[in-house]
Write a protein of this length. Structure first.
Length: 581
């Protein structure tokens, strides 16, 4: 569940190598396909059939039928690049190069960048020669039925890209690969030690005794200028007693066992943990070692695995070919409760956007799911009515327990009168054993009261509180007592859920309580449909507040005795509460 005992570790002790870490990142990151005009959309949709999970990003005002709209091309692309997201741009190669020029980094770590002609007639790999760009370009070109414009000499001459091996293989010494390729092009002979179909199927002229050597091995060999070493990811590590050590302790055990057996960490496909709370508690070793974590109920079931070594703490398995981690057990389930903000897409945080894009399942109130429709293409959406928060929470927890990556959608901030508390309440009251292995996180959002306050200035500039006027989950006597206490303490107050078709009297009752200690001229802000069509923000006085002023889509801010108005040139007012009292 919540990783409460993660520990700060010395980075040097757990890093598997820059190239390996980047490859793992690429394997978990779906590409962004970017279009600038509507003409490019059909081509983009066609090439995306070769890119499962890819999202189509289109320029606002110039494109429709896209997954995500953006307003600033340069900022969007540079953000993708800095986050390691592969980019396919349906535009001129020069546009992509000039846009990304300010953030270009080491070629060993940059994400793949491909330029595709709007009509699909050309596919040009631009950046990411060591992180899979040629493979990406070939996949796109195959769908579009064209030849990719690959200019890498090694690819052209040998029909393979040695710096960027296929999935299941990791290059141990990327620092030597350029000089090695130059030697091969110059005619230096090379031998192959080990088995790798992608190399035997290439056009490299292998011989029995070469001046250079390519080695395929799980052993901890570092390689040299005359020897390239590729580690097949054919090892699996199974933790036997997860509660035996902390995360740091397990990392030490794993590295020590691999060293003793002369096995490379880069040859490990995944780490297997028991599907128990103790197993979930040390799942952080996966992040620290840049390795996938798989959960199993009991024994590992895989026909190709044999035991290399075993003790009471850790078993090392090996296979004759690279292992696909997803063939073993299941992912550790994950729930992220997110807040989309009050309504406008521009108020959604990058964290929330990326969390939704990475999810397998989206759970939420129908209206809130509509707010993120553009981000949920290809995902399982589970919509429900507004008053079944606990049922939604149970569904999300059960989905996550089965290994799904689940997002629970709230508007505003998920921790303010929203779904984060509902999920935790169910988790607390029912406490199913299978739920205890879930990775639970909360991604904050802009709250409705923050958006309402920003629309008029700073009415929450000093001490304030938030109160829900709904008496569905608590007695009205409690609500009334809290309003009276807040009013007597002279807090600015944010009222949520002020009125509904079945609750029409509470707002009037709240007003009467406030007027006992607060002037009828106290500024009141009515903010309705924030960030959505029909947004309306008005400043009135407490004396003017009436039930017909609001509905369930309205948040109400009540000023303190110190809250002031400043006339604006447009006839409206700024509202602020001074910082000093």
């Amino acid at each position: 569940m919540l990783d409460s005992h993660s520990e700060r570790l010395p980075v040097a002790s757990v890093v598997v190598g820059e190239a390996c870490a980047l490859r793992l990142l690429r394997q978990r990151t779906t590409p962004a396909v970017v279009v600038l005009n509507q003409i490019s959309v059909p081509t983009a949709r066609k090439l995306m059939t070769a890119l499962p999970g890819a999202q189509l990003y289109g320029l606002v005002g110039r494109t429709t039928d896209v997954d995500v709209s953006f307003a600033n091309f340069g900022d969007t692309l540079r953000q993708f690049y800095s986050q390691g997201v592969p980019i396919i741009g349906l535009c001129a190669a020069g546009i992509l190069i000039r846009t990304l020029a300010p953030v270009l980094t080491d070629s060993k770590t940059e994400p793949p960048v491909v330029s595709v002609a709007a009509d699909g007639s050309a596919v040009v790999p631009l950046l990411g020669g060591m992180t899979g760009v040629n493979d990406l370009a070939e996949r796109i070109a195959a769908v579009l039925d064209v030849q990719p414009a690959i200019t890498t000499t090694g690819k052209l001459q040998f029909n393979t890209v040695l710096p960027d091996p296929p999935a299941g293989y990791r290059l141990a010494n990327p620092q030597h690969v350029k000089a090695f390729i130059a030697d091969l092009i110059a005619g230096v002979s090379v031998s192959l030690d080990g088995d790798a179909e992608w190399l035997t199927a290439s056009e490299i002229p292998f011989c029995a005794q070469g001046e250079r050597q390519i080695t395929i091995t799980t052993q901890a060999i570092s390689g040299s200028p005359t020897q390239l070493v590729y580690h097949p990811t054919s090892l699996v590590l199974a933790v036997v007693q997860p509660s035996q050590f902390s995360i740091a302790g397990w990392i030490e055990v794993i590295l020590d066992r691999l060293t003793t057996a002369n096995l490379a960490l880069a040859a490990v496909a995944c780490i297997v943990l028991p599907k128990t709370p103790a197993g979930a508690a040390i799942a952080g070793i996966g992040t620290s070692l840049n390795l996938p974590i798989r959960l199993v109920e009991s024994a590992i079931e895989h026909p190709d695995l044999t035991v290399v070594s075993s003790d009471r703490n850790l078993t090392i398995f090996s296979a004759t070919q690279p292992i696909e981690p997803h063939a073993i057990g299941q992912d550790r389930g994950k729930i992220t409760v997110i807040g989309t903000g009050p309504g406008s897409p521009q108020w959604m945080s990058p964290q929330v956007r990326q969390t939704i894009l990475a999810a397998t399942d989206i759970v939420g109130y129908h209206t809130y799911l509509a707010l993120v429709k553009d981000l949920t293409v290809g995902k399982q959406c589970h919509g429900s009515d507004n008053r079944v928060e606990l049922d939604r929470s149970k569904l999300a927890l059960d989905l996550a327990a089965s290994g799904k990556n689940v997002v629970v959608v709230s508007s505003g901030d998920p921790g303010i009168f929203a779904m984060a508390a509902a999920v935790l309440e169910v988790l607390d009251k029912e406490a199913k054993p299978e739920w205890q292995t879930i990775d639970l996180q909360v991604a904050p959002g802009i709250s409705a009261m923050q958006a309402a306050a920003a629309a008029v200035g700073a009415p929450l500039g000093h001490d304030f509180c938030a109160i829900s006027l709904s008496d569905i989950l608590k007695p009205w006597e409690v609500v009334a007592s809290r309003i009276a206490s807040a009013a007597e303490s002279d807090f600015a107050i944010a009222f949520y859920n002020p009125i509904s078709s079945q609750r029409t009297w509470q707002l009037t009752a709240a007003k009467e309580i406030l007027l006992k200690t607060r002037s009828g001229t106290t500024p009141v802000i009515l903010a309705r449909n924030l960030g959505r069509p029909g947004q309306e923000v008005k400043v009135i006085t407490l004396g003017e507040l009436a039930p017909e002023s609001a509905d369930m889509r309205t948040v109400i801010l009540i000023g303190s005795s110190q809250t002031k108005l400043i006339p604006r040139a447009d006839g409206n007012n700024w509202v602020y509460t001074p910082r000093s009292y």
